[in-house]
Design a protein around this ligand. Structure first.
Ligand code: PMP
Ligand code: GLN
Length: 379
């Protein structure tokens, strides 16, 4: 077969989860929680299914949920977002990203992404004939040199993708970064895709800068969010995309043939749940406690923890232990120490070895305590 994606392999998340299963290792690789979802939320889903809400949702999503999202954005950021014309419910953030790219990218278009980059961006761009222009950011700071970004832009630049807060670096963009981005886009016709799925999971009183708060960015942006991160329900595959009406119109032209609509009873349940609960305000403290437990637990081990600023991931440097490549070391840890992690090199398109592994700490206390024990055994 003449593959459309010759360089795309089975995703590292599937690979490492399978390896964890094979060696019965603690799976701290793929990012997902291992503790229960709110029983109230589950009861609401069941109630809606029993009440008969089991058929197609409207193409753009159930209105009560879109209204609730608008209210949440108003409460969080003091911004007006129109539920009818600016919010579309998607089958996870992944579909929101894919559909945005499908709606915008033509053969030959250039798309700037920052690496380490979430794995779905590149293949989605390449499927539509776009050319990825990667900009490499390195540990420990992963800082963006905006003058360099400007030099990478051409008249073919159609889209810039940012991921803030960032998986896997855990770095967050600051106000100055977004102002720089605004200046760049002023002189270009490019659009912006802002993947903000970890917007609530930020530590040490840091403040998330959403693109929505920058009018000159917002007018040409698609902002992607995920209920998987908000409600600890990654398996429900629900998220949403916010964009100005004209951009939303283009998005929905593709969305209607990409999935048409997303899961009905869960949308209604989440809308009800968010009416009575702003548990998302507690996410930062909830995950910060886990981050702190793992960070202090690893003191005295041979792994050096890189400060985690956000998300539910932590990077560790294993330079003191091994010269193996990140992929080989991650496999070695899974097989011999029963802990599965993600090699950070897999978030770069060209070889980039920094002796870094990503650990997911969205886990219950017992699992994290076990992880600390196992990781201390590394010699
Ligand atoms: N973007 C980033 C940066 C992510 O980490 C993830 C999932 N971990 C997604 C998008 C996809 O989110 P979803 O599961 O809602 O498709
Ligand atoms: N986003 C999750 C992570 O970074 C994985 C999602 C997936 O498996 N595609 O681990």
């Amino acid at each position: 077969i003449h593959s459309k994606l010759p360089n795309t392999m089975v995703s590292i998340f599937s690979q490492m989860s399978a390896l964890a299963e094979k060696y019965q290792a603690l799976n701290l690789s793929q990012g997902f929680p291992n503790y229960p979802v709110s029983p109230e939320l589950i009861a609401l889903v069941n109630a809606y299914m029993e009440k008969g809400y089991n058929q197609y949702a409207p193409m753009a999503g159930m209105m009560p949920l879109r209204e609730r999202i608008a209210q949440k954005i108003e409460a969080m950021y003091g911004l007006d977002v129109h539920p009818e014309s600016e919010i579309t419910i998607t089958a996870g953030a992944t579909q929101g990203i894919f559909t945005t790219i499908a709606a915008l990218i033509r053969p030959g278009d250039e798309v700037i992404i920052f690496e380490p980059a979430y794995d779905s961006y590149r293949p989605s761009v390449e499927l539509f004939g776009g050319k990825v222009i990667p900009i490499r950011l390195l540990a420990p700071d992963f800082n963006i040199d905006w003058a360099y970004v400007r030099s990478a832009m051409t008249e073919k630049t159609r889209l810039i993708i940012i991921n803030n807060p960032n998986n896997p670096s855990t770095k967050m963009l600051c106000r100055e970064d977004l102002l720089q981005l605004e200046l760049l886009l002023k002189d270009s016709d490019a659009f912006l895709l802002s993947d903000e799925v970890y917007e609530h999971i930020v530590f040490d009183d840091r403040v998330h800068e959403t693109v929505l708060s920058y009018p000159r960015l917002r007018e040409r942006s698609y902002v992607v969010a995920s209920f998987g991160k908000l409600l600890h329900t990654t398996g429900w595959k629900l998220g949403y995309v916010i964009a100005p009406p004209i951009l939303t119109g283009e998005f929905r032209k593709v969305h209607q043939f990409n999935v048409f609509s997303a899961n009905t009873p869960m949308q209604l349940a989440i809308a009800d749940y968010l009416k009575d609960s702003n548990s998302y305000l507690e996410l930062a403290a909830f995950f910060q406690e886990k981050r702190d437990f793992l960070t202090s637990g690893l003191q005295g081990s041979r792994l050096e923890v890189v400060d985690s600023e956000s998300t539910y991931f932590l990077l560790v440097n294993y330079s003191a232990v091994s010269n193996l490549s990140e992929l080989d070391f991650a496999k070695h840890l899974t097989e011999h120490y029963a802990v599965a992690t993600i090699p950070v090199s897999t978030f770069y398109s060209a070889p980039c070895e920094q002796n870094l592994l990503r650990i997911c700490f969205a886990k219950d206390h017992i699992t994290l305590a076990k992880a600390v024990d196992l990781l201390h055994k590394i010699v």
